[in-house]
Design a protein around this ligand. Structure first.
Ligand code: XUL
Length: 526
């Protein structure tokens, strides 16, 4: 009988499911449920509750629970063989937190299938809403915690990242300061991932080392709660935090609620979930140290797997635990396709094909012309003063400006990922701009490394399904190998490999120095 594994991804705007048949090496089912459309009664916009304060971004944990019911109902309606699922794992938008009272344990243990999850969870929340990763209202708390931990470098080396507004620790501190009574009533703090895992397991489930690292509370090397960070955040916090465990670790059978209501097998296993980025690392096949992927999306993201934990002393990049047991980095460059589109608009370039042709018509290194493309405040390097800066670059030269923006973005990635001390053998690329060979050639030349395109839809949910398979196999005494598990699901696009041009790579070695000095000049001025 085919063994099926279900991966769920509770993201900002939707809940997605991917089911894999591991032995056949196939995805057999995919579905996404958009929160705003499927559950309008929660009144979210793009998954977020409206708020007058632009810095405050919350969502509703009941919305996520309602979505879980709806998605299972949909799978049943779609005649998915739910009884053949042997293990379920998942991932969630990172950093978001859920505040539960002491009633939660009993409510989770006694979920009544005659009622909905929303009805079952009545009265278990110490805070009705959940701050999510888009919230940036905790600058003060970030500064307070960072100061107590001894500054950026120490905060990053202990917890994997400098304090960030969206990270859970600063959010918990703000809650404690602004709503001390509700904080006191909180018996358990969960992440989006561990909350959803707890619903499936019918009990409070641990937080994993991947999502735990997005809290500014976990010791990134020892993988336990860091005493100083916990103390710097809020009183009595350690009692409210669950235990930490490896991603995908089996916590027991699924709750009878899902067996009776939707026909899951009573022996199906529930596991520890992870964050959406650690799950994507698996879904993209980055299971060996040194493997790197770049997602060229709205913002550009650089993911890498590393064996040894290196942290960024400048506090720009993040280190999370990878579900493989290694470490992963996440570096987010906000001005990704956002900035490429701005240049296209500015120079009235009809489409991306034309943009690629203009890039290809200019020489690598752009005759030393450099452009700093910060149309929006940038995360890496940190800059709150948006602006475009040109050096030895004629504003009127359309083709040179097209090349300059992409060269700058790739040089910036090379510069700001050096702290990882990872020399990638091959780089996998996804996202819209990955379809353009001229752009990929620039990437290969700047990084002096071969580049391959990978197209995986729902990489986070797929990673979660593979994590369920790994957790199940480990639990049943097998010794699963990650590279074998992911191989059939994460194949690069045939014929997409682009090799670096050695001459061009040399040009970029030199241009990198110029780029770095342009960047520091501008950052000093602003
Ligand atoms: C990562 C982050 C986002 C969310 C998106 O640090 O904040 O990528 O995980 O869901």
């Amino acid at each position: 009988m085919a063994k099926l594994f279900l991966g769920l991804d509770s993201s900002t705007q939707s809940l997605s499911a991917v089911i894999i048949d591991l032995d056949a090496g196939k995805v057999i089912y995919e579905k996404s449920l958009n929160f705003d459309q499927a559950l309008p009664q929660f009144k979210t916009r793009n998954g977020v509750l409206p708020n007058r304060d632009p810095l405050v971004r919350h969502s509703s944990p009941l919305l996520w629970a309602a979505a879980l019911d709806l998605l299972f109902a949909q799978m049943k309606k779609d005649k998915v063989a739910l009884g053949k699922i042997v293990a379920i794992s998942g991932c969630g938008q990172q950093h978001g937190s859920v505040y539960l009272t002491e009633k939660a344990t009993e409510a989770l243990a006694n979920l009544n299938p005659k009622k909905s999850l929303v009805e079952n969870l009545d009265g278990i929340f110490a805070r009705k809403t959940s701050p999510i990763w888009m919230d940036s209202s905790t600058a003060k708390e970030c500064a307070e915690i960072r100061k107590k931990l001894g500054g950026i470098k120490f905060t990053a080396s202990r917890t994997g990242s400098d304090t960030f507004e969206r990270f859970t620790g600063p959010q918990v501190r703000k809650f404690y300061k602004t709503e001390p009574k509700a904080y006191e009533k909180t018996a358990h703090i969960a992440l989006v991932s561990s909350f959803m895992a707890s619903l499936l397991a019918g009990k409070i489930v641990p937080i994993d080392f991947g999502d735990g690292a997005g809290m500014n509370l976990m010791d990134i090397r020892k993988k336990n709660w860091n005493h100083d960070a916990v103390k710097a955040t809020a009183p009595s916090l350690v009692k409210k935090l669950p235990t930490l465990a490896p991603s995908g670790h089996v916590v027991g059978p699924v709750s009878p609620y899902f067996v009776q209501k939707y026909g899951l097998n009573p022996e199906a296993l529930a596991t520890v979930w992870t964050g959406d980025n650690p799950a994507s690392v698996i879904g993209l096949g980055l299971v060996k140290p040194g493997q790197v992927a770049i997602s060229l999306g709205t913002s550009d993201t650089f993911f890498g797997t590393m064996q040894k934990c290196q942290t960024d002393e400048n506090g720009e990049g993040h280190v999370f635990g990878s579900p493989t047991g290694d470490y992963m980095t996440l570096i987010c460059f906000k001005n990704g396709s956002l900035a490429r589109e701005k240049i296209r608009e500015l120079y009235k370039i009809s489409d991306w094909k034309k943009f690629g042709e203009l890039v290809a018509s200019t020489p690598p290194g752009n005759n030393d012309g450099v452009l700093l493309p910060w149309f929006e405040a940038e995360i890496v390097p940190r800059s709150n003063q948006p602006g475009i800066h040109r050096f030895d670059l004629d504003e009127k030269n359309v083709a040179a400006n097209c090349r300059a923006i992409f060269e700058a973005q790739m040089l910036s990635m090379r510069l700001h990922s050096q702290w990882m001390q990872v020399a990638p053998e091959k780089i996998f690329v996804t996202g819209g701009a990955a379809n353009d060979r001229a752009l990929l050639q620039v990437l290969a030349d700047v990084m002096n490394c071969s580049v391959l395109r990978i197209e995986v839809s729902k990489s986070a949910a797929l990673g979660a399904a593979l994590q369920a398979a790994h957790g199940f196999l480990a639990h049943t005494g097998k010794n699963p190998k990650w590279d074998k598990l992911v191989a059939a699901f994460t194949k690069p696009v045939p014929g997409s490999e682009i090799h670096p041009d050695k001459k061009a790579a040399k040009v970029y070695d030199q241009l990198l120095e110029k780029y770095a000095s342009c960047e520091s000049d501008v950052l000093e001025i602003v």
